[in-house]
Structures are given as structure tokens and as C-alpha cells.
Write a protein of this length. Structure first.
Length: 103
């Protein structure tokens, strides 16, 4: 699974839980819980599903906390989206330069 993001949170007892979000085929995303091994394939509302699963572990999610603190789940998207964007821009630049040189 190509991990594109991670949703993490800490319970009141200090236990850290994390959900990895990865790419599947097409628009499908795969969710995997590092704490219990739970996994699911989802197409819509991936962050919501990750938040709900973390809530099952006792992690206070951003939508449910009245006072967000260290136990709030947070999304860490990692460097992959930035790298893919940079690769796309570089490809576009190469195409423009090649077309301007050849004709």
C-alpha cells in the first residue's frame, strides 16, 4: 500500500493510535489501523471513517471535542502530495521546452 496520509491521536491514558491512508486502484483509498490491524477499502469520506475508527479506540476526534487538546486526532499528509505536484510541474516544463525548441 502506498501510504498517502496518516491520522494519529492519543487517548487520555497516553496510548498513541494511528490510521494509515493509502491509495488503491483508481479513486479507492485503503485504511489500515496500526493499533488493531483493522483495514477497510473506502471511496468516500475517508478521513471521517478514520476518525470514527479512532473514536472506537477512545481517541477524541476533532469533530467531537469541545476543547481540542493533545488527544485530538490530526492528519499528517506527508511529503507524497508535494512530490507528485512537483513531478507534474517538472513534466509540464519539459514538454513546453521541448515543443518550443522543436517547432
Amino acid at each position: 500500500m502506498l501510504t498517502t496520509g496518516t491520522v494519529t491521536g492519543t487517548t487520555e491514558s497516553g496510548t498513541r493510535h494511528s490510521m494509515r491512508i493509502g491509495r488503491g486502484f483508481g479513486e479507492v483509498r485503503r485504511l489500515e489501523c496500526d493499533s488493531c490491524g483493522w483495514s477497510r477499502v473506502a471511496q468516500y469520506d475517508v478521513l471521517g471513517k478514520a476518525d470514527r475508527h479512532l473514536a472506537d479506540h477512545g481517541v477524541c476526534t476533532a469533530g467531537e471535542c469541545s476543547d481540542p487538546g493533545p488527544e485530538t486526532a490530526a492528519l499528517d499528509s506527508g511529503p507524497l502530495p508535494w512530490l507528485l505536484c512537483a513531478l507534474g510541474m517538472l513534466t509540464l516544463l519539459v514538454v513546453v521546452v521541448v515543443r518550443s525548441v522543436t517547432g
